[in-house]
Unconditional design. Structure first.
Length: 127
């Protein structure tokens, strides 16, 4: 078996598209997030920092929340088909930080998506 068919690291860094779902109805929205996977190096580093902060009993709840948000910020490559107060959201750091700050309910969807390695397996025609 060619193990490159199971290598999630490349697509984890390049990103995969997630359909954002409505927080109550769970219906798909038009919003698409391009997300890095948990195997991407910068996401791994953010998770490592997050775990250290969560394990530190001296850290405040605000510091812990910032660390969790930083993981999500590191995951988001782009936001498609979304606007906030009439302004389109893009891949700028400011827009990604705004999205993370305003839509904390999306974090569960993002963490579930990036943790599912199937989302980051190479396409069969990539090999």
């Amino acid at each position: 078996m060619d193990l490159s068919q199971l290598d999630t690291t490349i697509k984890a860094s390049d990103g995969a598209e997630m359909v954002l779902r409505h927080p109550i109805s769970n219906e798909p929205t038009d919003v698409r997030l391009i997300l890095k996977g948990s195997e991407a190096m910068d996401v791994k580093a953010a998770f490592s920092r997050f775990r250290r902060i969560m394990d530190d009993t001296k850290k405040s709840d605000a510091e812990k929340e910032r660390a969790a948000n930083n993981v999500i910020i590191k995951c988001i490559i782009n936001i498609k088909n979304a606007s906030y107060a009439g302004k389109p959201l893009t891949n700028s750091l400011a827009d990604i930080e705004l999205f993370v700050a305003k839509f904390s309910w999306a974090s569960d969807q993002i963490f579930a998506f990036i943790g599912d390695l199937e989302n980051f397996l190479p396409d069969s025609n990539d090999n």
